[in-house]
Write a protein that binds this ligand. Structure first.
Ligand SMILES: [Zn+2]
Length: 187
C-alpha cells in the first residue's frame, strides 16, 4: 500500500473532473480507532473512485490538499474482486454520465432563461417607446379637439351675430318705412 496508489486515485478523479458518485453518509473523521498521520493529526477517511480501486476506502493526511501534506496514505478496505470492481466502475460511470447530462441541461436551461429575460427587457423598452408615441398622439388629438371646439364656438358666434343684425336691420327698415310711407301719402 504505497503512495503511488494514492496519487493514481487522486489523479484519476481530477482527470474526470467529477466528484464522488454517491453522497457520503459519514464524515471523514467519524471513525475509530484513531489513526494519526505523520503530522500527528487524525487522518481523513476517504473513498477512492479511481479506475483501479473504485469504492475502496483509504486514510489520508488531513492536509492533503495543502502544501503541508505529509503524504500519509493507507488503505482501509482490501482490494475488491474483479467482479465487484467492474460493477462499481459501471455504476460510477453511469452516475457521472447522469451528473454530466444534468449539468448540461441546467446550463442550457440557464441560457434559455437569460435569453427570455433579455427578450422581455427588449419588449419592455419597445412598450415604453410605444407608450410615449401614444402619449404624443393623444396630445396632438387633444390639441386638435381644442382647436375644433374653438372654431365651432367662433362659427356659432359668427352665425348668431348676422342673424341678430339682420333682425335689427329689418326692424329699423320697417320703422323707417312706417314713418316715411304715411307722410308721403298724407303730403
Ligand atoms: Zn499529515
Amino acid at each position: 500500500m504505497g503512495e503511488s496508489s494514492s496519487s493514481r486515485a487522486s489523479s484519476s478523479a481530477a482527470r474526470v473532473g467529477l466528484g464522488p458518485p454517491v453522497p457520503y453518509r459519514e464524515g471523514a473523521l467519524s471513525y475509530q480507532p484513531v489513526v494519526l498521520c505523520r503530522c500527528g493529526l487524525k487522518a481523513h477517511r476517504r473513498i477512492s473512485w479511481s479506475d483501479d480501486n473504485p469504492g475502496r476506502r483509504y486514510l489520508r493526511c488531513s492536509r492533503c490538499r495543502t502544501n503541508l501534506d505529509c503524504k500519509f496514505f493507507d488503505w482501509i478496505d482490501c482490494e475488491h474482486t474483479p467482479f465487484l470492481k467492474n460493477l462499481l466502475l459501471e455504476l460510477r460511470n453511469a452516475v457521472w454520465e447522469l451528473q454530466k447530462e444534468r449539468a448540461e441541461m441546467q446550463q442550457a436551461f440557464r441560457r434559455e432563461i437569460d435569453e427570455l429575460k433579455e427578450h422581455r427587457q427588449q419588449l419592455e423598452v419597445e412598450d415604453m417607446c410605444k407608450a410615449e408615441e401614444l402619449k404624443a398622439i393623444e396630445k396632438k388629438l387633444t390639441e386638435r379637439d381644442e382647436l375644433l371646439q374653438a372654431l365651432a364656438l367662433n362659427i356659432n358666434a359668427g352665425n348668431r351675430s348676422p342673424s341678430v343684425s339682420f333682425v335689427l336691420l329689418v326692424f329699423v327698415v320697417g320703422v323707417l318705412v312706417g314713418m316715411v310711407v304715411p307722410s308721403v301719402v298724407m303730403g
